[in-house]
Design a protein around this ligand. Sequence first.
Ligand code: IPE
Length: 245
Amino acid sequence: MILIKLGGSIITNKERPLSPRTKTINNIAKQLKKISEPFIIVHGGGSFGHYWSVKYDMHTKPAKYDYHGVAIVKNSMIQLNKIILDSFAKNKLNPYCLPPTDFMAGNKSITSKVKEVKKIAESNLIPVTFGDAMWYGQKKSYILSGDKIMSILAKTLRPRLSIFVLNVDGLYSDFKTKLLIHDMRDQQASIQDTPMDVTGGMKRKVEEATKISKMGLKVFFVNGNKPQRIVDAIQKNKFEGTVFR
Ligand code: IPE
């Protein structure tokens, strides 16, 4: 079982609101077709959900956010999700849409439902879920990120590998020189005092990846512009990117 998160930065053009990177999504879908092992797809919001959540000042902490914001963020995620589903279907994959409300209650996961997602993946279907605007209860809502979904699924399903597909080669120890960290183990000692490239969206990814690796599970950051690398990691044990373990 493999978990794959398609980050918003790779599936959308983050510079322009509501612009999918259709060609890139198709290229990734074509590579995913080569994978024989069961896998689950999680995708981010990028210039869809992320864009609107910033506009409506909505965050991961449950609060009484603007209801119109909740509606708009969720609508935009459905729109992006449909683009992913259509691309997968067009490339002869069998995507099966699972909004996070299918396995979450408030901000807690429903273990039996999460286990069902795995059963779906083990059939000939590919569960596709995504970060979303979620109802919390007591008139509150919150943003559930795709990164957080990765650690929620990993905790119950214990995937052999959790892959974060990015718009860069992996995690850089120095953004200016683009010095890539191949293995986070080598970095642990200096992590406290080295200011790494973990600003903004990357910071949360590193946090969730670290959380997953502390469960004793392997995590891999890879460049989605070179989607063959996703397949190489899964099928050839060849990791061109950043590994957490
Ligand atoms: C997006 O999920 C959640 C929403 C804003 C609706 P992510 O936070 O995982 O998205 P990216 O991958 O960073 O764009």
